[in-house]
Design a protein around this ligand. Structure first.
Ligand SMILES: Nc1ncnc2c1ncn2[C@@H]1O[C@H](COP(=O)(O)OP(=O)(O)O)[C@@H](O)[C@H]1O
Ligand SMILES: [Mg+2]
Length: 454
């Protein structure tokens, strides 16, 4: 996008000279004759202002002040016919980027413009990056516009601001359970208090117990000192219990008491410790099955299940794949200082068709790897081995007992490919291993180019 420069001068010859030169340099130039017109035209699309000091309805310093008040980052270069040190000093004080005397040297002025734009570009980039880093768990940072992701985001927002003290996150590995837990915490009124997290399967039972609940001095051989557990240190905040399905029944009972009575005993302790924590539990396991098998307490299951959030597997919101890919290309561009533009249409079709057993984590890793290997600006299919070829679903496709009309199936698959790619014929064709002519022929044959009857 070329930068847009606002040239403000009441002399048409000066406006014309500046416009000619700056347009040649590749900028978009807009002009204003008066202070009023300049302020009316000034807005977020203006990247730099060349401002005459003497205007028919006001003076440049006043215009400069108004512009700086509405956007302090836009560089303003003041032009004046009378050289006066005081004016120059005043202009710089008011935030002018530079001060040039008429008649000015066009080449010099063009250079000042270039430099000013480069400075603001860098400043804006740093600002955007800072804002992004400062708010890593803003709900808006969850990528996805599909129906399941849109309702997921709405639900996360609701749950975050609700007083619900228990949340159960369910979803396959890599669907964003960690991200969802942190998002809930950092968007809740507990955000300023601690977020503590532990993976139940990562520790032996006794260690998990003392990590969670703490222990008293002398509770067991190695307990030389009292230890405050995670639940206690998180008081006022959130505890995230990942892989809750792996917790042993004895601990499940203790946890249930925390959820119901907000109280527990430290290991080896006699008195109750009271805490105010929100517990977010996550699992990729079939908890219902675990309950049936007696490995998971039914009462705890029902208690956790009051507020359940399901993170959909990526293959169920494949229409978000392009957004996610784009997101990670930009992220790794920043991280690796690369300039990749994106993936080619063929590669995108393969990524959309792939089943993503590792979900968003796998997609992130695939893009990261492709970005590291890429030499050109575009990521091509050979860099994305996860999706090397379509047709991975054939083994799950089975001929119905009473058979099927092949043509019906073909029509259905073409229609689905078009729906999935938002009607993009090239990508739909790639999904089916067809070329453009072959898919066009089928679109016509099946009448898929005509609106469906209501
Ligand atoms: N909707 C999303 N938008 C952007 N990144 C996501 C999204 N969901 C997950 N991620 C990213 O995918 C990776 C895996 O997510 P994570 O929360 O660790 O999954 P899980 O805990 O379910 O295994 C992380 O890098 C996370 O930031
Ligand atoms: Mg996780």
């Amino acid at each position: 996008m070329p930068a847009t420069i606002l040239v403000v001068d009441d002399e048409s010859l000066i406006r014309w000279t500046l416009s000619e030169r700056l347009s040649q340099d590749g900028f978009t130039v807009v002009e204003a004759e008066t202070a009023a017109a300049a302020l009316a035209r000034f807005g977020p699309d203006i990247d730099l202002v060349l401002l005459d000091y003497k205007l028919p309805d006001s003076n440049g310093l006043q215009v400069l002040r108004s512009m700086k008040a509405s956007d302090p980052d836009v560089p303003v270069i003041l032009l004046t016919a009378f050289s006066s040190i005081e004016n120059a000093v005043e202009a710089m004080k008011q935030g002018a980027y530079h001060y040039a005397n008429k008649p000015f040297n066009l080449d010099e002025l063009a250079l000042v413009v270039q430099k000013a734009l480069e400075t603001t570009r860098l400043r804006r980039e740093v600002k955007a990056l800072r804002a992004w880093r400062a708010e890593p768990y803003a709900i808006s940072r969850i990528v996805g516009e599909s129906a399941p992701m849109t309702s997921l985001k709405a639900l996360l927002r609701k749950v975050a601001s609700s007083p619900a003290s228990t949340v159960l996150l369910r979803g396959e590995s890599g669907t964003g359970k960690d991200l969802a837990a942190k998002t809930i915490h950092y968007n809740s009124d507990r955000a300023a208090r601690p977020f503590m997290n532990i993976t139940c399967s990562a520790l032996p039972d006794t260690l998990l117990e003392s990590e969670l609940f703490g222990h008293e001095r002398g509770a067991f051989t190695d307990a030389r000192q009292q230890k405050i557990g995670l639940l206690e240190s998180a008081d006022g905040g959130t505890v995230f219990l990942d892989e809750i399905g792996e917790m042993v029944p004895a601990l499940q009972a203790k946890l249930l008491r925390v959820l119901e009575e907000k109280a527990f005993k430290r290991v080896g302790g006699t008195g109750d410790v009271r805490v105010d924590v929100r517990v977010i539990a996550a699992t990729n396991r079939d908890l219902e099955e675990a309950v049936r098998q007696g490995r998971f307490r039914e009462d705890l299951y029902y208690r956790l299940n009051v507020m359940q959030i399901v993170l959909p597997p990526l293959r169920e919101h494949a229409s978000d794949v392009p957004l996610l890919v784009d997101h990670y290309v930009r992220l790794f561009n920043l991280e690796f200082r690369k300039h990749a533009r994106g993936v080619t249409p063929e590669a995108m079709a393969l990524l959309e068709a792939y089943r993503w057993p590792g979900n968003i984590r796998e997609l992130r890793n695939a893009v990261e790897r492709a970005m590291l290997l890429a030499e050109g600006e575009w990521l091509t299919p050979d860099l994305l081995p996860v999706a090397a070829s379509p047709g991975t679903a054939t083994e799950t496709m089975e001929l119905p007992a009473d058979g099927i009309k092949l043509e019906t199936l073909e029509r259905e698959l073409v229609a689905q490919a078009l729906r999935r790619t938002g009607g993009n014929q090239t990508r739909a064709a790639a999904l089916l291993g067809l070329n453009r002519d072959q898919i066009r022929y089928r679109i016509e044959k099946f009448g898929l180019d005509k609106p469906a009857p209501a």
